[in-house]
Design a protein around this ligand. Structure first.
Ligand code: FE
Length: 233
């Protein structure tokens, strides 16, 4: 079996939220699909260890916030690499409570769905929750973030076919390459790769900045770990 085959399946990137009495939580998920259109139902796969799983089990409701392509790594990191058991994930984002009283992210959400759980399938490490849609809305005309886009463009390099590919940037980088060390560093906590060719423009780090030249207080844009959590790739 070639596990790379799985990377050929395309996905979006979503924040799945739920509630448990007055408490709310949410997490990043990519495994979501529409099951039927009449009645409209969707399925999501959630790891049993996650707090959101516990909340969906308790409340039988969940929401899906569909993220757009401009979603910053910090938002994905907050919901994808941290646990609601340790921090309040909603402190720094705009959100509202839907008709299910489950939260809907408003920052970088282009559309959302609210669902009532009608079935649950045990698949070992994960559960698949099947939800009947009880409300939904489109919030913007932005393009949806895809799992692929997140990895190829946001987290690493920009392929020539990517919409954000910048030919001039490449030329500038070619020049810079001769001047600075261009070694990539990987975050040992979340796997984010700091590529000096790309820099970390969301945090104000210009393309062509060597890892060694990052300010001491620079942190991983995804998980928030410090420079000392990085090692050479
Ligand atoms: Fe990290």
């Amino acid at each position: 079996m070639d596990k790379k085959t799985f990377h050929k399946v395309s996905y979006g990137l979503y924040v799945v939220c739920s509630k448990n009495k007055e408490k709310i939580n949410g997490q990043i998920a990519n495994a979501l699909f529409q099951v039927t259109s009449d009645p409209p139902t969707i399925a999501i796969s959630i790891n049993k260890k996650n707090l959101t799983h516990e909340y969906i089990d308790a409340s039988k409701v969940f929401t899906i916030s569909i993220l757009d392509k401009n979603t910053p790594l910090t938002l994905i990191g907050m919901f994808g690499f941290k646990s609601g058991r340790d921090i309040d994930k909603f402190k720094k984002v705009n959100f509202k409570l839907g008709v299910t009283q489950s939260p809907i992210i408003l920052d970088n959400t282009l559309a959302y769905l609210e669902a009532q759980v009608i079935n649950k399938i045990d698949v070992g490490t994960h559960s698949i929750f099947i939800g009947k849609i009880i409300d939904s809305a489109v919030l913007s005309k932005e393009k949806a973030m895809t799992y692929d886009y997140y990895h190829e463009v946001k987290g690493g390099y920009s392929p020539k076919t990517a919409p954000t590919y910048d030919g001039n940037l490449d030329k500038k980088i070619e020049k810079k390459k001769e001047e600075v060390k261009m070694e990539k560093y990987v975050c040992t906590v979340c796997g984010y790769v700091y590529d000096p060719v790309k820099g970390d423009t969301e945090s104000g780090i210009a393309a062509g900045t060597a890892f060694e030249d990052l300010p001491d207080d620079w942190v991983c844009p995804i998980c928030g770990a410090g420079k000392d959590a990085f090692e050479k790739q």
